[in-house]
Design a protein around this ligand. Structure first.
Ligand code: C2E
Ligand code: MG
Ligand code: MG
Ligand code: MG
Length: 288
């Protein structure tokens, strides 16, 4: 009885709003400030894409993931964990997401001009809100046409939050884009609302195993079991499976052993500028 009362008080506490909490007030006004700065950043092109290499089981470079950064005039290079949630909450994710897509298409058209980078794929993170936007398909196809890129080189990384409401709409939109040649990866797989019933309906190309499962490899038995199961699920569904956040040789060796097909992480390369990515790609091709 006392336990129940305490539990209820705890639940009530969690739902309470703290109007006069100074720390909370400060957080709100700094979010508001970040929102207005971010608006300027998008207009004034303070955003930049970094590229993290993705390799296959024999270590060949297959492509990159585009990761947005903000070249803040005072704070220097700011990572997306600091501003994507503000962008999502304020609706700025739409212009930001469009900027990212355009920069990615421009990069693919640059890569297409060189033999050594022509076949690389580029994975782009798309927020659920952006993907569900009414004119997302029009915007994307317009960019593909404008930059004359091969849509097969473009992979959209979606998260499981896409599956929460209006799953049928999401599936239809994915199927249509898939017919246009664009590929899909399910990002952070295993951390969200994945229902296997939905997974089987999605026209996916890739599952990306979330870093939280890679962290404990190879010693953590639970991480090892989960990783093995995701890889065999992907294999049964004929999907490419990419392990994210591979930091050590021991993690890489474990993943190779259980037939992982794709690898991404600091062990293979950190996210770097377009110039550095190109230099590294050319070096690797020459076998230096
Ligand atoms: P994500 O899509 O899961 O991207 C992978 C994140 O893991 C990146 O963080 C990457 O730098 C980091 N990472 C890669 N390898 C390693 C590793 O070996 N060890 C560790 N500790 N970390 C590693 P980043 O760049 O900070 O991006 C964080 C998240 O922000 C991304 O997670 C993605 O959800 C989001 N994001 C990034 N760029 C965009 C974008 O253009 N649009 C949207 N909507 N979201 C983005
Ligand atoms: Mg991603
Ligand atoms: Mg991820
Ligand atoms: Mg993530």
């Amino acid at each position: 009885q006392a336990d129940l009362a305490m539990y209820k008080a705890k639940e009530a506490g969690r739902n309470r709003l703290y109007f006069y909490d100074p720390a909370m007030q400060e957080a709100i006004s700094s979010r508001a400030q970040m929102e207005s700065e971010l608006r300027v950043a998008i207009e004034q092109e303070q955003l930049v894409l970094y590229y993290q290499p993705q390799v296959n089981a024999v270590g060949e470079l297959t492509g990159a993931e585009a990761l947005v950064r903000w070249e803040h005039p005072q704070r220097g290079l700011v990572g997306p964990v600091e501003f994507i949630s503000v962008a999502e909450a304020s609706g700025l994710i739409l212009p930001l997401g469009h900027w990212v897509l355009e920069a990615a298409c421009r990069q693919l058209s640059d890569w297409a001009e060189r033999e050594q980078t022509r076949d690389l794929t580029l994975s782009v993170n798309i927020s659920t809100h952006q993907f569900k936007q009414a004119d997302f398909v029009d915007q994307l196809l317009a960019l593909v046409a404008q930059y004359a890129i091969n849509p097969q080189r473009l992979k959209l990384e979606l998260t499981e939050s896409l599956l929460i409401d209006d799953i049928d709409f999401a599936i239809e939109r994915m199927r249509f884009l898939k017919q246009q040649g664009i590929g899909f990866a399910l990002d952070d797989f295993g951390t969200g609302y994945s229902s296997l019933a939905y997974i089987k309906q999605l026209p996916l190309d890739q599952l990306k195993i979330d870093r939280c499962f890679i962290d404990g490899l190879p010693s953590d038995a639970n991480d090892a079991a989960i990783t093995r199961i995701i890889i065999s699920l992907a294999s049964e569904l004929k999907l490419w499976v990419v392990a994210e956040g591979v930091e050590t040789q021991a993690q890489r060796d474990f993943l190779l052993d259980v037939n992982c097909t794709g690898f991404q992480g600091y062990w293979f390369g950190r996210p770097v500028s377009a110039e550095d990515f190109l230099l590294n790609a050319l070096e690797q091709q020459e076998g230096i």
